[in-house]
Design a protein around this ligand. Structure first.
Ligand SMILES: Nc1ncnc2c1ncn2[C@@H]1O[C@H](COP(=O)(O)OP(=O)(O)OP(=O)(O)O)[C@@H](O)[C@H]1O
Ligand SMILES: [Mg+2]
Length: 258
């Protein structure tokens, strides 16, 4: 057992070191992002961050495996050490969640092109993500299908719906409209929550901009990137009540000759 414990202490120290450097790298990155103005530079910065994140992930997974094993072994015999092991596990999971966001954000843009039914996609995300007391409505005008990358489009829609749901903190209304406008499909997400905080309004789509204590601020940056990859854009038109996001996508079938 003492052998196990010394392994454990070693693991714990390694984890703390990794976690400290990750936190430092993350806050440095946030500071740099404040200084950098344009989104291309931000993308380059994101790629660099992803490189680092990738390197950290391997030792982190080893720590997670080992802490999990220790937790299982110690649970019956040494509850206090088991408690330490579960703290390590929780910390590793937090760190891993940040890394996943960073890697997702900086992943090279290889888009797949497949038929996507946006009506079905939005309906699924609404059912999956919204809280029980959030009333949702989906209206479709014109053909809601296009050629695009289904996984990425789902992620963009998910980030927007999740933001609305969080803004409504449990109850309210989210109205989604899908409208065909020539070669474009426009998705509009309107909620009757508190609206966009003035402090973040002009930097909404920049990475790491967040008003949430648990947020990484990568959600809308990701939506922006996915919209660009689909020859479109995302915007946040002013509203007197609630918040509105407009995601415009170009059908990749007709745009490839561009
Ligand atoms: N529907 C909304 N209503 C009000 N504010 C919003 C809405 N959507 C986004 N915001 C504001 O924009 C900020 C940035 O959103 P974004 O999705 O990029 O990051 P986040 O939600 O804070 O964190 P993450 O998505 O990484 O968990 C939010 O923190 C919030 O202040
Ligand atoms: Mg978000």
């Amino acid at each position: 057992m003492s052998d196990q414990l010394s392994h454990f202490q070693e693991t714990f120290t390694t984890f703390n070191r990794i976690s400290d450097s990750l936190r430092e790298a993350y806050s440095e990155l946030r500071d740099r992002v404040e200084e950098v103005g344009n989104l291309e530079q931000l993308a380059a910065l994101g790629e660099m961050a992803a490189g680092i994140a990738h390197e950290i992930r391997n030792p982190l997974n080893a720590v997670e495996g080992f802490a999990g094993l220790l937790h299982r072994r110690l649970a019956g015999t040494d509850p206090q050490s088991a408690e330490y092991a579960s703290k390590v596990l929780a910390g590793v999971r937090d760190a891993n969640a940040i890394i996943t966001d960073l890697l997702d954000f900086a992943r090279p843009a290889e888009l797949s092109r497949e038929p996507v039914d946006l009506r079905a996609l939005v309906a699924e995300v609404l059912a999956e993500v919204t809280s029980p007391d959030v009333r949702t409505e989906l209206t479709v005008q014109g053909a809601p299908e296009l050629q695009g990358d289904a996984r990425r489009l789902r992620q963009a829609v998910r980030n927007l719906v999740l933001n609305a749901d969080q803004a409504l903190s449990g109850a309210g209304e989210l109205v989604v409209t899908i409208e065909r406008v020539g070669r474009d499909v426009v998705l509009r997400f309107e909620d009757d929550g508190p609206g966009i905080a003035p402090s973040v309004r002009d930097r909404l789509f920049h990475p790491f901009v967040t008003t949430k204590s648990e947020g990484t601020g990568l959600g809308l940056a990701m939506v922006h990137k996915i919209a660009m990859q689909h020859g479109g854009r995302v915007s946040c038109p002013e509203r007197t009540r609630g918040a509105c996001f407009e995601l415009r996508l170009r059908d990749r079938e007709v745009s490839h000759a561009d």
